[in-house]
Write a protein that binds this ligand. Structure first.
Ligand SMILES: [Zn+2]
Length: 391
């Protein structure tokens, strides 16, 4: 039975090693390898090789395929002194990784020889507790949670759809939430708009939502816009810098405005709509999938516009559709999963059935097509005067 020392000696003969200087040359090269830091978290937070990805040794085998799906990718593994990384490199080799080396002397030598280091951003203890259920998911983890805390999502409407999406996005720790709504809370809203309460009757919805969100999660900065989205203000609002737009508007003028602005600003839109027992969700990501005008180049005549019908909505339906919108927005912010780009998800609350329809880009689309014919905002006439702006 070999001793640890003998085993380490043996392993080192079976793997490739680079020293700190060679590693620096690789890092400075045209195609730097993936630097994998297999130390424990308390070592990682003290400093790391710039751009390195942290995977504690104990999680290496279970996470590596997600971090490096391409087994031919060049990888440099390091730990503090070069022993844990030697075993890690051997294990990766056994998993079929073809181009793995271990940093001899580890991070200790790297640092001692004056090579550059990053001080990784980490969550403080309170945030580690608050978001612990995210940290337990490898696809999110600490890096993903930091990404969420850095992300900025704009909600159009603090109504039925905006209520659950804003609450879940806030709970998830999205750092900045913009809310565009010029409406005030009235008693007919409370059957479904759960971000508001009876106490807030008569308050501006954007302010009421801000209070609820800040009580839920003080990490979130809420930017209320107490105005109705128009051709006059849309560029100013979008210029505040948003990664994703969650569209909870129920009227055509706003929907077309959001679409055209999002294409021109290059911001993905998570679109949702609801009517009685039926809801729909999709993601319009400019130039990667269709936009709203690829499907409906122009608004329908007012008498045919579904949002003009005196239809109600089952109170829970916006909860379901708005939550699906939050799900898509979180995926987009994290860069994980398969967003609903080019796919329209339909939900029927009465049968409890989901359906999916494929949506395609239209090369003749007046906004995102090859020869756009619409290049300026259009303020469509209000179809249903007196109706609330948002579902
Ligand atoms: Zn289009």
């Amino acid at each position: 039975m070999p001793s640890y020392r003998e085993l380490l000696q043996q392993v080192k003969t079976e793997i490739g090693e680079v020293d700190a200087r060679q590693a620096q040359d690789l890092l400075d090269g045209a195609e730097p390898p993936l630097f994998l830091d297999v130390r424990e978290r308390d070592e990682w937070v003290e400093g790391s090789v710039p751009g390195a990805v942290h995977v504690p040794r104990g999680n290496l085998e279970s996470r590596i395929e997600q971090i490096a799906p391409d087994r031919s990718r060049e990888i440099v593994v390091y730990c503090a002194g070069g022993s844990r990384s030697a075993f890690a490199a051997k294990s990766l080799g056994e998993m079929g990784y073809e181009n793995v080396t271990s940093l001899a002397g580890g991070f200790t030598d790297w640092k001692r020889n004056g090579h550059p280091m990053d001080l990784p951003r980490v969550l403080d203890d309170d945030k580690r507790r608050r978001y612990s259920r995210h940290l337990l998911i490898p696809e999110v983890g600490e890096a993903g949670q930091l990404k969420l805390l850095d992300s900025r999502i704009l909600l159009i409407g603090a109504g039925g759809l905006g209520s659950p999406s804003s609450l879940y996005l806030a709970a998830a720790g999205v750092g900045k939430l913009g809310i565009v709504d010029d409406d005030r809370v009235d008693d007919t809203n409370l059957q479904r708009q759960i971000v508001h309460s009876t106490q807030e009757l008569g308050e501006p919805k954007a302010e009421s939502a801000r209070r609820t969100i800040q009580a839920l999660n003080p990490d979130v900065e809420v930017v209320p816009y107490l105005e109705r989205l128009s051709s006059e203000n849309v560029d100013r609002i979008l210029a505040d810098g948003w990664d994703v737009i969650v569209d909870g508007a129920d009227n055509f003028p706003t929907r077309y405005l959001v679409n055209d602005a999002s294409v021109w600003h290059g911001i993905p839109v998570v679109h949702g709509s609801i009517y009685r027992f039926e809801g729909q969700v999709t993601v319009f990501k400019p130039f990667e999938g269709p936009c709203y005008r690829c499907l409906f180049p122009q608004p329908p005549p007012p008498e045919l516009a579904p949002s003009c019908a005196e239809g109600g909505v089952l109170g829970v339906l916006p909860g379901i559709i708005g939550s699906l919108q939050a799900n898509e927005a979180l995926k987009l912010a994290l860069g994980i999963g398969d967003p609903l780009i080019g796919r329209l998800l339909l939900f029927d609350a009465l049968t409890a059935e989901f359906d999916e329809v494929t949506l395609r880009r239209d090369p003749a689309c007046p906004v995102c097509g090859e020869e756009p014919t619409i290049t300026e905002y259009i303020d469509y006439v209000e179809f249903c005067a007196g109706r609330p702006a948002h579902a």
